[in-house]
Design a protein around this ligand. Structure first.
Ligand SMILES: *Cc1c(COP(=O)(O)O)cnc(C)c1O
Length: 223
């Protein structure tokens, strides 16, 4: 079941790369396994998936422990509480949801010396929604310049969760706005675009996503 869904999604990504003139294999699949058991991750792993995204630190740690024999790259994509940064810095390879300098400083300070720098993306609140995670687009250049100075984290790109919409062109708009703004910064560190979920995968790929974060289309709906 999960193996079939994984094949379907890989095929959709492949078709979207062709349709939107993206280079082959330029879009990575992040399998979002929040609320799903370790056995579901193991099934996807056995079908070839290596990158998994989790939203809740404690939940992720339990699964990581039972899957420690697997060569998984772990991504954190949820809201970050400052009392969890040590676990993030220790147990994850990527954090997509950094939206605060203090959090970034803690992640850098707490990253174990034996590990490579922690890969991070800055989360942008592209639709300017109240009470949503992410910085304002206009604050992006300042946060980039501060984060770039930190020794043990490596800035890779930007992440967004736009307001959901159903038609293709409305789905494209926030991504266009983000990509245009990032391109004007002309910063070679910012090569990764973490956007696109189960319901707007094609629009995200059309607009330049390099990491689509797919949960329900792969693992089934969450309850
Ligand atoms: C849950 C979640 C996803 C996956 O959403 P689906 O619609 O199930 O594909 C992607 N990104 C983030 C940040 C999430 O919290």
């Amino acid at each position: 079941m999960i193996a079939t869904q994984l094949k379907n999604i890989q095929h959709r990504i492949h078709l979207a790369e062709i349709a939107h003139h993206r280079a082959a294999n330029s879009v990575n699949l992040l399998a979002v396994s929040k609320t799903k058991p370790a056995s579901a991750i193991a099934s996807a792993y056995q079908a070839g998936q290596r990158h998994f995204g989790e939203n809740y630190v404690q939940e992720a740690l339990v699964k990581q422990q039972s899957l420690s024999a697997f060569d998984i790259t772990w991504h954190f994509i949820g809201p970050i509480q400052s009392n969890k940064t040590k676990l993030l810095a220790t147990k994850f390879d990527w954090v997509h949801s950094v939206d605060d300098l203090k959090i970034a400083q803690r992640l850098s300070a707490q990253r174990p010396a034996a590990l490579p720098p922690l890969n991070i993306c800055i989360q942008v609140n592209i639709s300017n929604e109240a009470n949503k995670s992410g910085i304002k687009l206009e604050d992006l250049p300042h946060l980039i310049s501060m984060i770039s100075l930190l020794p043990n984290i490596l800035l890779r790109g930007v992440m967004v969760i736009p307001k959901p919409s159903t038609d293709f062109s409305a789905q494209c708009k926030p991504y266009q706005k983000l990509v245009a703004a990032v391109n004007t910064l002309n910063n070679p560190l910012l090569s990764e675009f973490s956007f696109g979920m189960s319901d707007d995968l094609d629009a995200a790929i059309a607009e330049g996503s390099t990491w689509v974060r797919i949960g329900s289309a792969l693992f089934g709906s969450r309850h």
